[in-house]
Design a protein around this ligand. Structure first.
Ligand code: ADP
Ligand code: ADP
Ligand code: ZN
Length: 229
């Protein structure tokens, strides 16, 4: 090796896989704090596009409310733009993307263009039967985005966010029992095959996500620490 030549530090990009309600968003926010990575949620980006009334948002709104997947074309374009922003350069935690094989291949291409790859894909393993209860009780702070649950993660003072003190809590239009059923169908048909996709490349890890939030976080921290070592 030549003297003085520095090996570039490649960014650590992680993918969180799992059905709606598995805990991807909850865990991604904690990993973001612990490891200094940036959480990138296509669900959040799409909801922002819907709220802003952009062309993509107008196309996505009804599809999201029905619990189906937004087209690969729209989602890949949104992801590509976000990934190009400076804060993503040192690594991202992808939460809710990719959701189809087409998206996974597009992601590989986008990362290869900038000399990066997926360091680990972590599957949050849960029973579908528990997801309706998780989704039905989910709410989020409108101020800072912190996620809560009516039974499993309540704030210290009812109605007041632990993180920012805000009191505007929001529930999602698609977080109802009927839509969740369709979202689980979409997950199994279109997204679950990605578990084998990443397994075949030797970057898959599985975490038991039926355990309480803190226990899942511990297991996940151990997996990510080992991955980054
Ligand atoms: P996803 O992003 O995978 O859809 P979330 O992180 O939003 O899932 O979690 C869904 C709901 O379940 C939230 O209300 C969250 O507080 C709660 N939750 C997350 N992980 C767990 C867990 N391990 N046990 C119980 N409830 C959880
Ligand atoms: P959850 O993790 O609870 O399933 P998300 O916030 O990730 O919810 O996604 C909400 C909705 O946004 C999905 O049901 C789907 O309609 C759309 N969506 C989010 N990410 C994608 C994606 N990568 N591909 C297609 N549709 C997506
Ligand atoms: Zn808050």
């Amino acid at each position: 090796m030549m003297d003085g030549v520095k090996i570039p530090q490649t960014a650590a990009n992680l993918v969180l896989l799992g059905p709606p309600g598995a805990g991807k968003g909850t865990q991604a926010r904690m990993l973001e704090e612990t490891f200094g990575l940036v959480q990138l949620s296509t669900g959040d980006l799409l909801r922002a596009a819907v709220a802003a009334g952009t062309e993509a948002g107008r196309a996505a709104k009804a599809v999201m409310e029905a619990g189906d997947l937004v087209s690969d074309e729209i989602v890949i374009a949104i992801l590509r733009d976000r990934l190009a922003e400076a804060d993503c350069a040192s690594g991202v935690i992808l939460d809710g993307f990719p959701r189809t094989t087409v998206q996974a291949e597009a992601l590989d291409g986008l990362l290869a263009d900038i000399g990066q790859d997926i360091r680990a894909a972590i599957s949050l393993e849960v029973d579908d039967s528990a997801m309706v209860t998780r989704i039905s009780g989910r709410y989020t702070c409108g101020g800072c985005g912190e996620g809560y649950h009516d039974s499993f993660k309540t704030s210290a003072v009812e109605g007041k966010c632990d993180k920012c003190g805000g009191s505007e809590m929001k529930r999602r239009a698609d977080d109802n029992a009927e839509t969740v059923t369709q979202r689980l169908v979409a997950y199994h048909a279109q997204t679950a095959p990605l578990i084998s996709y990443y397994d075949a490349r030797g970057v898959l890890a599985r975490v038991d996500a039926m355990a309480p939030i803190g226990d899942v976080a511990k297991e996940l921290n151990a997996v990510v620490t080992a991955t980054l070592a």
